[in-house]
Design a binder for this molecule. Structure first.
Ligand SMILES: Cc1ncc(COP(=O)(O)O)c(C=O)c1O
Length: 416
C-alpha cells in the first residue's frame, strides 16, 4: 500500500484524532526506521519513549517468539508465571512493595487515583471529615481517560470533555507557597510528574517535591508520582524521583515497560495496598503472560544499559548546551539522561526544525508548542548524537533566516 492510499483510507475510516506526519513506516531495526519508499530515519523519539531498546532488539524478539508459542492470554482470573516475577523486579528497583498491571499509562494513572481515594476511605471510615481531594499540577499531563484528564492541568485537553471528575485542585508548577496554601487534611493525594513530559520537559524542583513529600507524610495523604514518561531508566536512574532522594507512595510506569507491547503498572507500598480488595479494580488484558514475559526481558537488558544512558545522556546535554550558546533562538535546554528538551523562542521555528529534521531523516517531535523533545532509544551512541546535533545546528541556522518559513511551507505542502 502506498502512503497516498493509506491516507485516503484513514481519512474515510478513522476517527480524526491525529494529525499524523506524512510518513508510512514499514520496518524498523535498531535505531532506524524505514518508510515505504525505502528512506531511512534515525529514531530520536522511540515512539514517544516506548522503544527504549530500539527496534527489533534480539532479546525482545526472542522473548516474544518464545512466549507467543507457549501462552498469550489467560485473564486475571488465573495465575501465570510472569506477573510475580515482574513485580519482584519492579519493586526491587523502585523501593516499593506491591504492583498492579494494566495496559497503558492512563490506565495505570486511573488505578493510582482510585487507590488514593479508596485508601482514604479505609483509613478514615464512618463519617470522619471527607478526605477525597486530589491536588495536581498546572501544565501536567496524565492521559486521556476521565480521571487522568481531570488531573491534567492543561485546558486544551480538558475543555471539550467537561465536566470532569470532581474534587481536583491545581497547584502552580513548582510553586511551593501555592502548594502549602492549597494543601489541608481533605487532600488524599498530591499528583506530580517528576519531569513533566508533554508539558515541555520541565523537572520539578527539589524544594517542591520535598515539600509535597513532607506535607503528605504529615496527614497520611499519598505522594503519587507519574513516571510514565520519565521512569524506567530514561533519566539515567531507574526512576527520576531517585535523583531527588524521595520515596513516593505510588508510582506509575508504562511506555517502555514491555518494549512496545501495551503494558502499564502502578507500584505502591503495603500500607497503600490495603485500600484494595478483590473485585474493586481490574482489567481483562492487563499483565498478560506475553507482555509480562517481554517486560522481564526489557528490565534485564535495562540493568546493563544504565551507565550507558547516563554517559550518552550527559554528552547529548552538553552538545545541546553548545547549540544554545551558538543560536539565539534557543531559550533553554532542560532534562536529564535521555529525556531532553530544547525550548525555542518561537512555535513556528520549532515546527520548522522538526520538519527539517524529518526531511534529513531524523525523528524528533515538538511538545508544548516551542519545545523540541528528544527521547531516543537507550542504545544510541555518541556518533548518533553527533549526527542529530549537526542536523539541528543546520536547521536552527536556516530557521533563523527570514526566508525559511516560506521554503518550509512549500516543502510541507509538497508532502501533504
Ligand atoms: C507522564 C504521562 N502520563 C501518562 C501518559 C498517558 O499514557 P498512555 O498514552 O499510555 O495512556 C503519558 C503519555 O504520554 C505521559 O507522558
Amino acid at each position: 500500500m502506498s502512503l497516498a492510499s493509506v491516507i485516503q483510507a484513514e481519512q474515510k475510516l478513522l476517527l480524526p484524532t491525529y494529525d499524523r506526519q506524512r510518513v508510512l513506516f514499514t520496518r524498523g531495526r535498531g535505531l532506524y526506521l524505514w518508510d515505504s519508499r525505502g528512506k531511512r530515519y534515525l529514531d530520536f523519539l522511540s515512539g514517544i519513549g516506548v522503544n527504549a531498546l530500539g527496534h527489533g532488539h534480539p532479546a525482545i524478539r526472542g522473548a516474544l517468539r518464545r512466549q507467543a508459542d507457549r501462552l498469550i492470554h489467560v485473564s486475571n482470573l488465573f495465575y501465570h508465571e510472569y506477573q510475580a516475577e515482574l513485580a519482584k523486579r519492579l519493586t526491587k528497583i523502585s523501593g516499593l512493595e506491591k504492583a498492579f498491571f494494566c495496559n497503558s499509562g492512563t490506565e495505570a494513572w486511573e488505578g493510582a487515583l482510585k487507590l488514593a481515594r479508596a485508601l482514604a476511605r479505609v483509613e478514615s471510615p464512618n463519617g470522619h471529615k471527607a478526605k477525597w481531594r486530589l491536588l495536581a499540577l498546572e501544565n501536567s499531563f496524565h492521559g486521556r481517560t476521565f480521571g487522568s484528564l481531570a488531573t491534567t492541568g492543561q485546558e486544551k485537553y480538558r475543555h471539550p470533555f467537561a465536566p470532569l471528575v470532581p474534587g481536583i485542585g491545581f497547584v502552580a508548577f513548582n510553586d511551593v507557597q501555592d502548594l502549602k496554601r492549597q494543601f489541608d487534611g481533605s487532600v488524599c493525594g498530591v499528583c506530580v510528574e517528576t519531569i513533566q513530559g508533554e508539558g515541555g520537559i520541565q523537572p520539578l524542583s527539589q524544594e517542591f517535591l520535598q515539600t509535597a513529600r513532607d506535607l503528605t507524610a504529615k496527614t497520611g495523604a499519598l505522594l503519587i508520582v507519574d513516571e510514565i514518561q520519565c521512569g524506567l531508566g530514561r533519566t539515567g536512574k531507574y526512576f527520576a524521583y531517585q535523583h531527588y532522594g524521595i520515596q513516593p507512595d505510588i508510582v506509575t510506569v508504562a511506555k517502555p515497560l514491555a518494549a512496545g507491547l501495551p503494558l502499564g503498572a502502578l507500584l505502591t507500598t503495603n500500607r497503600v495496598a490495603t485500600g484494595m480488595h478483590p473485585g474493586m479494580h481490574g482489567t481483562t488484558f492487563g499483565g498478560g503472560p506475553l507482555a509480562c514475559a517481554v517486560a522481564i526481558e526489557f528490565l534485564k537488558v535495562l540493568d546493563q544499559l544504565m551507565p550507558h544512558i547516563r554517559k550518552v545522556g550527559d554528552y547529548f546535554h552538553q552538545q545541546l548546551d553548545a547549540l544554545k550558546a551558538k543560536h539565539s533562538g534557543v531559550r533553554e535546554v532542560r532534562g536529564l539522561g535521555l529525556m531532553l528538551g530544547m525550548d525555542l523562542n518561537s512555535a513556528d521555528k520549532a515546527k520548522a526544525v522538526v520538519a527539517q529534521l524529518l526531511e534529513r531523516g531524523i525523528l524528533i517531535n515538538r511538545t508544548h508548542e516551542t519545545v523540541l523533545r528528544f527521547l531516543p532509544p537507550f542504545i544510541i551512541e555518541t556518533k548518533h548524537v553527533d549526527q542529530a546535533i549537526r542536523a539541528l545546528d543546520s536547521a536552527l541556522s536556516s530557521s533563523a533566516k527570514p526566508d525559511f518559513t516560506r521554503s518550509h511551507k512549500s516543502t510541507t505542502r509538497s508532502h501533504h
